[in-house]
Design a protein around this ligand. Structure first.
Ligand code: SAH
Length: 485
C-alpha cells in the first residue's frame, strides 16, 4: 500500500489532510497524505481543530502517538460544501460552541449520525436507519442563535492586566475569554455583562474580588443568569466563595442590574467548595424574588436557582409534545386509567404536561428545591393528580413499583451519566409496558438501551433526535421502548 504510515509521520511536518468525521469535542478526524500525493492515505489518523467533514487542508503535525496524531490547520485547500463563516468573533478559541463553522442542516444531519453510531456500536441496536428520524431542528422562523435561557460566566483575576475577566473558558483550558456578547444566549445577557464589566473595570487591581481556582481564594466565581422566554423575567445569581459580598459592592451591582428591563431577582449563591460544580446549595436573595416564572405551552412554571430547567424553551416544547405522542398520552387516546412515573422530574414539567391525560403521575427528583418547585407548579396549574417525591430515582422507584403494581408507563430523563442499573433492573422486573427515555447523551442512552433490550425484554420502537443545543456537539434524543410480547 502506498501513502503514509505512522513511522513516517514527522512532528512539525506539513501534510494534506481530509476530514471525514468529528470527535466528541468537534475537532476534525482526518486522514493525511503528503501534499500533492494522490495515492491512498495509508490510514494515519490526525485530529485537527477547526476542520469539518469534507474539508481538505494543509496541516502541521503538532503531536504524534502510535496510531494517531494531532495537527494544526494551516490553510484550507478545498473547503467542505457545508462550511460557513462562523457568526462569532471568539469562535476559534471559545470552548462554548464547536459547530458554528458548519451550516445548520449539516449540523442536524451530523447529530442524527452521531445518535445512530452510538445506538449501533454501543447499544447493539438493529434497524437504526428505520428507527431513527431526522433531527428536529429549530424552525427557520426561529433563529437558531440566541436560544439559550441560561448562561454561566466564569470570573477570575488576571495578574497580567490587573483586571477581572468575565466570559467563557477557552477550549480545553480554564483561561477565560472576555466577551461582551454570546450569540447563542439571549441578547439581554449583553446588558448584564455590561453592568458587571463596568463594575469590574472600576475596581482594577483587586485580586481578592475575583476567584482564583488554583489557590481557591478570591470572592466572585461565576455570574449565572436565567431568563423566562415567554415572561422576559430575569434572574442574576452571583456565585461567591464566601458568605457575603461587601455592602458597597452589593449596592453598586444591585443599582446597575435592577435597571435592566425584566430584572426579577438578584441572588447570591454561596459555593465555598473546591469544585467545578458551579452552584452551591445556599442562596441569599439580595433583591426581588428568588425565582423566575416561564411558560411551556399553556402551563406556567416557577424555577428556582438550583432547579434544572431545559435551556432551549422552543425545542423543549417540541420535546415534551414528542413525549406525549410517543407515550400515546394526549387527547387522541383514552388514558384515564394510566398510572405513570416521571423519573428525574426536575421542576415537574413533564409530569404537569402529562397529568391532564392520565389517572396519576409520580415525579421523582433528587434536588429538594426542584421538588418544592414541582409541588408549587402543580398547584399553579391546578393539577391534583401529580405527586412529587424527593430522592434518588434508583432508590425511590423500585419501592414505588413494589407498592403499586399498576404502573403502565415510565418516562426517564436522566443527566448525562444515564440511569443507574438498579433503576433499569426495577423497570424490567416490574414489566412496565412502555418506557420513554429522554437523553442528553447518546452514548449513555445506548448503554442503557442495551440493558433494557437485553435481559430487560424491551424493544426500541422509535428514536427522535432533537436539536436542543444548536452550534454545539450536544444532542437531545427521545426514544420509545415497548415490552416485547
Ligand atoms: N425532566 C426534567 C429534568 C431533566 S434533567 C426536565 O425536562 O426539565 C435531570 C434531572 O435529574 C435534574 O433535575 C437532576 O437534578 C435530577 N437528578 C440527577 N440525578 C438524579 C437521581 N439519581 N435521581 C433523581 N433525580 C436525579
Amino acid at each position: 500500500m502506498s501513502g503514509i504510515n505512522n513511522t513516517e509521520i514527522r512532528k512539525n511536518g506539513t501534510y494534506q489532510a481530509e476530514a471525514c468525521d468529528l470527535t466528541s469535542d468537534g475537532s476534525g478526524i482526518c486522514k493525511i497524505r503528503e501534499i500533492g500525493d494522490t495515492n491512498d492515505t495509508g490510514g494515519f489518523t490526525v485530529f485537527v481543530d477547526g476542520m469539518i467533514p469534507g474539508d481538505t487542508a494543509e496541516i502541521k503535525i503538532i503531536k504524534t502517538n502510535k496510531n494517531y496524531g494531532y495537527g494544526k490547520l494551516i490553510k484550507l485547500i478545498s473547503p467542505s460544501e457545508n462550511r460557513i463563516k462562523p457568526n462569532c468573533p471568539v469562535f476559534k478559541n471559545c470552548g462554548g460552541c464547536a459547530l458554528q463553522h458548519m451550516n445548520y442542516n449539516a449540523q442536524l444531519n451530523y447529530k442524527r449520525k452521531t445518535v445512530e453510531s452510538c445506538l449501533v456500536k454501543i447499544g447493539g441496536i438493529k434497524n437504526t436507519s428505520e428507527l431513527i428520524s431526522e433531527t428536529i431542528g429549530m424552525n427557520t422562523s426561529h433563529n437558531p442563535y440566541n436560544y439559550r435561557n441560561k448562561t454561566q460566566f466564569p470570573v477570575n483575576f488576571d495578574i497580567k492586566t490587573g483586571k477581572v475577566n468575565m466570559g467563557f473558558f477557552s477550549k480545553r483550558t480554564h483561561d477565560i475569554i472576555n466577551i461582551d456578547s454570546c450569540n447563542i444566549s439571549y441578547q439581554i445577557n449583553d446588558e448584564i455583562i455590561s453592568v458587571f464589566r463596568k463594575f469590574f473595570d472600576g475596581i482594577k487591581n483587586s485580586p481578592k474580588l475575583a476567584y482564583d481556582e488554583i489557590t481557591h481564594t478570591g470572592l466572585i466565581r461565576h455570574i449565572f443568569t436565567r431568563v423566562g422566554f415567554h415572561t422576559g423575567e430575569i434572574m442574576v445569581c452571583i456565585v461567591i466563595n464566601g458568605d457575603n459580598l461587601p455592602n458597597d459592592i452589593c449596592d453598586k451591582l444591585i443599582v446597575g442590574l435592577k435597571r435592566i428591563k425584566g430584572m426579577t431577582g438578584i441572588i447570591l449563591n454561596i459555593n465555598k467548595e473546591k469544585t467545578n460544580v458551579i452552584l452551591g446549595k445556599t442562596n441569599k436573595t439580595l433583591w426581588g424574588a428568588d425565582y423566575i416564572t416561564d411558560y411551556i405551552g399553556d402551563k406556567k412554571f416557577k424555577i428556582s436557582v438550583n432547579s434544572f430547567y431545559q435551556v432551549n424553551p422552543v425545542q423543549t416544547e417540541k420535546l415534551y409534545n414528542k413525549a406525549l405522542e410517543f407515550a400515546e398520552v394526549n387527547q387522541d387516546y383514552n388514558c384515564e386509567s394510566t398510572i405513570c412515573i416521571d423519573a428525574y422530574c426536575g421542576i415537574g414539567t413533564i409530569s404537569i404536561m402529562f397529568a391532564p391525560f392520565v389517572k396519576k403521575i409520580y415525579g421523582v427528583e433528587i434536588i429538594p428545591q426542584a421538588v418544592n418547585d414541582a409541588v408549587e407548579n402543580a398547584r399553579i396549574n391546578n393539577i391534583t393528580n401529580a405527586e412529587f417525591i424527593a430522592g434518588k430515582s434508583e432508590r425511590i422507584i423500585p419501592q414505588l413499583l413494589k407498592m403499586n403494581k399498576c404502573i403502565d408507563l415510565i418516562i426517564v430523563d436522566p443527566p448525562r451519566k444515564g440511569c443507574d442499573i438498579s433503576l433499569l433492573d426495577a423497570i424490567s422486573d416490574a414489566k412496565i409496558k412502555k418506557v420513554i427515555y429522554i437523553s442528553c447523551d447518546p452514548a449513555t442512552l445506548a448503554r442503557d438501551l442495551k440493558i433494557l433490550c437485553g435481559h430487560g425484554g424491551y424493544e426500541v420502537q422509535k428514536v427522535q433526535p432533537i436539536d436542543m443545543f444548536p452550534h454545539t456537539m450536544h444532542v437531545e434524543v427521545i426514544c420509545c421502548l415497548k415490552l416485547k410480547k
